[in-house]
Ligand binder design. Structure first.
Ligand code: NAI
Ligand code: MG
Length: 351
C-alpha cells in the first residue's frame, strides 16, 4: 500500500523518539513492499522560533492531507513564560481541533517484567489491559470562559452527536477486545453527564454483543487503583479523561512506554507518545522510544489498515522488554538507538 505520513518531531526529545519510530515504519514498509513517504514539519516551540507561530500554515495543510500524522512532543522551559502570547501547546490543541480528532485512544498494559516499577503491588497488576477512549474536542476545555476580578466560569457543553460518535468508537473498539465498555460520568450531579449516560445507553443498543457498565468518576478513580484488571474499554468526557488517563499511566511505571492515537471520522489520525518533551534528558540519546514506537503500531492498525504489522511491532517491543534492553527510566542502561535497534532486530526475527 501507499501512504503519506506527516512527521512533526516538535521539541525536546520529540525529534529523538520520532526518528526511532520512523525507522520502524521504514522497516515495516521494506518488509511488506509498502510505499510510505515521510515529510517533516515544524510544530510547537521550534515553530515559534522559526516562524512566530506554534502551528505554521504549511504544517496544518500537510497534516490535513496526510494519511496519518506522527507527533513527538511540544514545549520546554524556553517557551513556558506564562505571560507569552504564543505558547507551544496552542499549536497542539489547534492541530487536534483542526483535524477533528475527537476520540483519544490510550491503551495501558503492564508488562510483567516491569511490574516492580509500578507504585501498585504486583498482584494487582496481572492482566491489566485497559483502553481509554477520551472525548478530545468538547467539554470544559473548549467551552466558553468568562472572568471578572473575582469570578470565573468554564462552560461544559456536550451535544448528543458529540457523545454518540465517541461512544460508538468505544463500542467498536470493544468488539476487537474484551467486549466490555465502562462509561464514566458524574450523572448524579452534572446535566452534561446525564446526557452522556443516556446517550451511551442508546448507543449500547447498537452493540448487543458488548456489555455496558456505568461508573461515577470519583468511584472510577478509586477502582483504577484497587481493581485495574477488571476493566476493558473506558469511555469518558474530556476533563475526566485527562485526569483518569494520567492516573492510569502512573500504574505502568514510566511515561516513556505509553502510546496514543487520536481519531476522527475518516481513517487518518494523529499519533503521539503520551509523554512530554522531557527537557531534562533531551539531546542525550537516552529517551525511551517505546511510546513513539507503539504509537506507530497504532497508526498501522487504525490508519493504514495493517493490523498484522501492528501486532508484530507490539510483539517485537514485548520481546525487547523481556530481553531486558531497557532505557534508564525503566532501570536499564540502553540508549534510544540501542532499544530501537533491538526492536528492529526482533522485527526481523518475527518476519
Ligand atoms: P515530560 O513527560 O516531558 O517528563 C516527565 C518526566 O518523565 C521527566 O523526568 C522526563 O525525563 C521523563 N520522561 C518523559 N518521557 C520520557 C521518555 N520517552 N523516556 C525517558 N524518560 C521520559 O513532562 P514534563 O516534564 O511535565 O513536561 C516537559 C515539557 O513537555 C513541558 O514544556 C510540557 O508542557 C511539555 N509537555 C508536552 C506534551 C505533549 O507534547 N503532548 C505532554 C506533556 C508535557
Ligand atoms: Mg494530561
Amino acid at each position: 500500500m501507499k501512504a503519506r505520513i506527516a512527521i512533526l518531531p516538535g521539541d525536546g526529545i520529540g525529534p529523538e523518539v520520532t526518528a526511532a519510530a520512523v525507522s520502524v515504519l521504514r522497516d515495516v514498509a521494506a518488509r511488506g513492499g509498502h510505499e510510505f513517504s515521510f515529510s517533516e514539519h515544524l510544530i510547537g516551540g521550534c515553530a515559534i522560533d522559526a516562524q512566530g507561530d506554534p502551528l505554521p500554515a504549511e504544517t496544518l495543510i500537510v497534516a490535513k492531507q496526510a494519511d496519518a500524522v506522527l507527533l513527538g512532543a511540544v514545549g520546554g522551559p524556553r517557551w513556558s513564560d506564562p505571560k507569552a502570547k504564543v505558547r507551544p501547546e496552542q499549536g497542539l490543541l489547534r492541530l487536534r481541533a483542526e483535524l477533528g480528532v475527537y476520540a483519544n485512544l490510550r491503551p495501558v498494559r503492564v508488562h510483567p517484567r516491569l511490574a516492580e516499577l509500578s507504585p501498585l503491588k504486583s498482584d494487582r497488576l496481572g492482566g491489566v489491559d485497559l483502553l481509554f477512549v477520551r472525548e478530545l474536542t468538547g467539554g470544559a476545555y473548549f467551552g466558553a470562559k468568562t472572568r471578572t476580578a473575582d469570578t470565573a466560569t468554564d462552560e461544559t457543553r456536550y451535544t448528543t452527536p458529540e457523545v454518540e460518535r465517541v461512544c460508538r468508537r468505544a463500542f467498536q473498539l470493544a468488539r476487537s477486545r474484551g467486549r466490555r465498555v465502562t462509561s464514566v460520568d458524574k450523572a448524579n450531579v452534572l446535566e452534561t453527564s446525564r446526557l452522556w449516560r443516556e446517550t451511551a445507553q442508546r448507543v449500547a443498543h447498537e452493540f448487543p454483543d458488548v456489555a455496558l457498565e456505568h461508573q461515577l468518576v470519583d468511584s472510577m478513580a478509586m477502582l483504577l487503583l484497587t481493581r485495574p484488571a477488571a476493566y476493558d474499554v473506558i469511555v469518558t468526557e474530556n476533563l475526566f479523561g485527562d485526569i483518569l488517563t494520567d492516573e492510569a499511566a502512573a500504574l505502568v511505571g514510566s511515561l516513556g512506554l505509553l502510546p496514543s492515537a487520536s481519531l476522527g471520522d475518516g481513517t487518518s489520525g494523529l499519533y503521539e507518545p503520551i509523554h512530554g518533551s522531557a527537557p531534562d534528558i533531551a539531546g542525550r540519546g537516552v529517551a525511551n522510544p517505546i511510546g513513539a514506537i507503539l504509537s506507530v503500531a497504532m497508526m498501522l492498525r487504525y490508519s493504514l489498515d495493517l493490523p498484522e504489522e501492528a501486532g508484530r511491532v507490539e510483539a517485537a517491543v514485548d520481546r525487547v522488554i523481556d530481553a531486558g534492553v531497557l532505557t534508564r527510566d525503566l532501570g536499564g542502561e540502553a540508549g534510544t538507538r540501542e532499544v530501537t535497534a533491538a526492536v528492529l532486530a526482533q522485527l526481523a526475527a518475527l518476519a
